[in-house]
Design a protein around this ligand. Structure first.
Ligand code: FAD
Ligand code: 2HG
Ligand code: ZN
Length: 468
């Protein structure tokens, strides 16, 4: 039990324990620290306690208790989030779904997998493969992030170009609202024109409307055997032209880019150098390995080389080599983590990308002469990741303050180009001040209204996405 210097805390926990004696509750300082933060590491974790329910009924009962007691809840998945959505820094009750990680069913006719929301993305991918099918959302945090977290952030990843975001794969979900009602939304139907589709309100709601406890996931045909090609590019301007050349000839599974800065960090983290020399920009692309696609890919590559848009390239000859090439792109976030980066995750329409890139490059060159800036991302989806690395000697608050100053300017650029301040990581705490560059005041007022209906006491992840 916490010390008697927190009588209010003790009273609340005693009340929760007596209401739900079978609920597993953690209050150990090490657990509070572990469950109170995500990958942002900017806020000091300070939850009231951590609840580990093991059934929908337990989630429902504890939300009802929190609703009545006025205790704030932070829904928690794998805490791999990059926007502070799962941070509990203000005495909230963390509700982790880690014990709710089962596959509940597979339907071969509907081609759906029904799961508890705490299941890891990788486990879902494996379960789909065991049934000869594919769950195509994929990214580097697959081993730790949860389906509930993926839905709550509408996660994207490396194959959005071919398969779309998480939203496209959610045939149904079960939500425990902020009042403890259980809603089954979507119910796996392919066609359903019976009014508002509340399922889509929950997707990307970042835990502010309720707790997602189960999901019905659509599966699809497994991908064809594929080749991975790594291209070296001489200039940023070449990027979108190379994309156009490849996309016009091939059905691409992925088209991802990174800079020499990103590559240096991944190499320092143990990856193998792909070329004898360093180049300023790189692209990883993936496509089917049938003979016709391979010939088209080689033709696109030669076209780019002749036009001076590419300076080198390598085509994977084995699955092991494909994995090596993917590691260069997928290893970036982990390799940068020790530099406590400030992250921007922005998007514009693909057609607006060339002009946006030019303006953004000019802005960042002017505003960040003193910092190392690492660019990478899902360029084929119009989604750019910008990581600004904290100089070791600089105190974190001063670093963050400077990055926020520049993010305000970036938000203005985004507004001009009709873009979004969060492409795929969510708003959370990190991007809350900039929501207005992506959504109109009227939209934000409507979002607040929707929250008030599903969570009238404002207990679900308060302070995330927007202020209460
Ligand atoms: P958490 O971090 O635990 O939570 C995220 C948000 O969802 C919080 O607001 C939380 O309250 C809410 N939430 C969690 N579970 C539930 C639930 N059951 N019900 C209601 N709300 C819930 N993201 C991408 O989109 N694309 C990428 O390519 C990508 N790559 C990454 C690579 C690395 C190495 C890392 C560390 C992260 C990456 N991410 C990426 C970010 C992150 O993995 C995703 O946002 C992921 O969807 C978060 O899932 P999680 O279970 O860890 O959620
Ligand atoms: C990726 O695309 C992830 O690798 C993480 O979305 C991005 O670390 C980041 O900024
Ligand atoms: Zn990403």
């Amino acid at each position: 039990m916490p010390s008697s210097s927190h009588p209010m805390t003790d009273t609340r926990l005693a009340s929760l324990r007596s209401t739900l004696p079978a609920l597993r509750l953690l209050t150990d300082p090490a657990d509070l620290e572990h469950y109170g933060c995500d990958w942002t590491r900017r806020w000091t974790p300070a939850p009231l306690a951590v609840a580990l329910p093991d059934s929908v009924e337990q989630v429902q009962a504890l939300v009802r208790w929190a609703h009545a007691a006025g205790v704030a809840i932070v829904p928690s998945g794998g805490r791999t989030g990059l926007s502070g959505g799962a941070v509990a820094a203000n005495g909230e009750l963390v509700v982790s779904l880690e014990r709710m990680h089962k596959v509940l069913g597979f339907d071969p006719v509907d081609r759906t997998l029904t799961v508890q929301a705490g299941i890891a993305l990788q486990r879902v991918q494996e379960a789909a493969r065991e049934h000869g099918l594919q769950y195509p959302v994929d990214f580097a945090a697959r081993g730790s992030c949860s389906i509930g977290g993926n839905i709550a952030t509408n996660a994207g990843g490396i194959r959005v170009l071919r398969y779309g975001n998480t939203r496209e794969w959610i045939a149904g979900l079960t939500l425990v609202t902020g009042t403890g009602e259980v809603l089954e939304l979507g119910r796996g139907l392919v066609k359903n024109s019976s009014g508002y589709d509340l399922r889509h309100l929950v997707i990307a709601s970042e835990g502010t409307l309720g707790i997602i406890v189960e999901a019905i996931l659509r599966l699809t045909e497994p991908p064809p055997p594929s080749h991975v090609m790594l291209l070296a590019l001489p200039s940023f301007q070449a990027l979108m032209q190379v994309f156009a050349a490849f996309r016009s000839r091939l059905q691409l599974q992925a088209f991802e880019f990174f800079t020499d800065h990103a590559l240096r960090h991944v190499l320092a983290h143990g990856a193998q150098a792909p070329f004898a020399e360093m180049h300023p920009y790189y692209v990883v692309t993936e496509f089917s390995s049938d003979a016709a696609s391979e010939a088209e890919a080689m033709a696109a590559f030669e076209q780019c080389m002749e036009a001076g848009l590419a300076s080198d390239g390598v085509l994977s000859a084995s699955d092991a080599q494909s994995a090596q090439l993917w590691r260069l792109r997928e290893g970036i976030t982990e390799s940068l983590a020790r530099h406590v980066p400030y992250k921007n995750d922005v998007s514009v329409r693909i057609s607006a990308m060339p002009a946006f890139l030019e303006d953004t490059q000019a802005l960042l060159a002017q505003e960040y002469p003193q910092f190392e800036v690492v660019w990478f991302g899902h360029i084929g989806d119009g989604n750019l990741h910008i990581n600004i690395l904290k100089p070791e000697s600089m105190p974190a608050p001063a670093f963050v303050a400077d990055c926020e100053r520049v993010t305000k300017l970036l938000a203005e650029v985004l507004l001009r180009h009709g873009g979004s301040i969060s492409a795929e990581h969510g708003i959370g705490l990190v991007k809350k001040p900039y929501l207005g560059c992506t959504r109109s005041a009227e939209e934000i007022a409507l979002m607040r209204g929707i929250k008030a209906v599903l969570d009238p006491n404002g207990i679900m992840n308060p302070g995330k996405l927007f202020d209460p």
